[in-house]
Each structure stands twice: as C-alpha cells, then as structure tokens.
Write a protein that binds this ligand. Structure first.
Ligand code: GAR
Length: 210
C-alpha cells in the first residue's frame, strides 16, 4: 500500500464542496487520501467552520494582507510545502495564483469549475457570475468540470465533467444549486479519489483514467 496522500483544500466561501469532500472521506471514498489542512483566503469563510466541526486543521492566508498576487502566491506556495501537500484542491477558492504555485505542484493541483469547460471559464468567470452568463446565453445544458490547474486560468487537463439540464425558469441561484448537487459534489470527490489512488495519467495535455 502506498503512503497516505495529504490533501490540502483551498477555500474562500461557503465550502459546500469542502463538505462533499469531508463526507466522502467519512464514507471511506477518498481512496488513499486524507484531508490534512484547509486554507482560506477569507477570515469569515463558512468553510472554516466546516473544517473545525470535522476536526480538520485550518489556516488563513488573507489576500488583502499582501500587496500583489506574486507575494500572495509565494506565501501560499510556502504553506503548501510546509503542509507537505500531495494534492491541492481548489474548492471554491476565488483567487488566481501565479505560476510559482503550479510550478511547485505540477499536475498535483485540481479545481472544480461550475460549467462545462471550455464554456464560461477563464478570468472573471467564478461563482454565480458563471451561471448568469450561461443563462444570458440561453444554453440548455451546463454542468461542472474538475481539471488540473496550470498557469493559464481554467485551461489545464480536464479530469471529469458532468452535464446538468438548464430549466427555462432558472435563476443563477437555482442553476448553481442544481449544478452543485448533481455535478460538483459528485465529481470533485471522485476526481480526488482517482488522484489519490494514482489512477490519473496526463499525456499531451489530456488525462486518461487507468
Ligand atoms: C462552486 O460552485 C465552485 O464551483 C465555484 O464557486 C462555488 C463555491 O461554492 N468555483 C468557481 O467559480 C471557481 N472558478 P462552495 O464554497 O460552496 O464550495
């Protein structure tokens, strides 16, 4: 059996995806991985309460305390190295870090995005805004994507995707809720399990599941 993999989860808000990971862990569904630390970019993120209630160590690294993205990124990289992260998961983490972080953790950082990449992604597409744009465009199907993080925002190799139907009377909030329930909370823990069990191979910018 391989050594257990340390999973560090980065959060900024409500933390429902963190909760999905915690619940999967309690059911024994994170494979060879264990959530060892949660890092929040906001002091008042409810995700921190979820970590505490589950007895998971948490730290905060407040974006506003740093002058620029470069110094914030370096501080985050140092925390991830200190925590001996084998896998870094962005679970509603709303800050784009620079390449100093993904260079230190190549193909070891994953993100959940609330749309079917390459639609409605990239800089400026986060949280409810993604769903507002999807509704504006009138798409009939949206969903979620879990992908590896590279220096380019939302452009790394795709690991898992799941589609979700858009309803005519959807608001950004109802669509967000359906996508979370039907897609994000399922494919994020699944991708973490696959990673921790070393089932994901990356070749030429694509992933293959063993
Ligand atoms: C989720 O929908 C997540 O996919 C999205 O923010 C929400 C966070 O919710 N992330 C992004 O938009 C990143 N680009 P949560 O804090 O309850 O997990």
């Amino acid at each position: 059996m391989n050594n257990t993999k340390n999973i560090v989860v980065l959060v900024s808000g409500g933390g429902t995806n963190l909760q999905a990971l915690i619940d999967a862990q309690s059911r024994g569904e994170l494979g060879n991985g264990k959530i060892t630390c949660v890092v929040s970019s906001k002091a008042d993120a409810y995700a921190l309460v979820r970590a505490k209630e589950s007895g998971i160590k948490s730290r905060t690294l407040i974006r506003k305390d740093y002058d620029d993205i470069a110094s914030y990124s370096r501080a985050m990289r140092d925390i991830l190295l200190e925590e001996k992260a084998d896998l870094v998961v962005y679970a509603g983490f709303m800050t784009i870090l620079d390449e100093s972080v993904c260079d230190a953790f190549p193909n070891k950082m994953i993100n959940v995005h609330p749309a079917l990449i390459p639609s409605f992604c990239g800089k400026g597409y986060y949280g409810l805004h993604v769903h507002e744009e999807a509704l504006k465009k009138g798409v009939k199907i949206s969903g979620a994507t879990v992908h590896f993080i590279t220096a380019e925002c939302d452009a790394g190799p795709i690991i898992l995707q799941k589609s979700v139907e858009v309803m005519e009377n959807d608001t950004p909030e109802t669509l967000q809720k359906r996508i979370m329930e039907q897609a994000e909370w399922k494919i994020l823990p699944k991708a973490v399990q696959l990673f921790c069990d070393e089932k994901i191979v990356v070749e030429n910018g694509k992933t293959y599941i063993k």
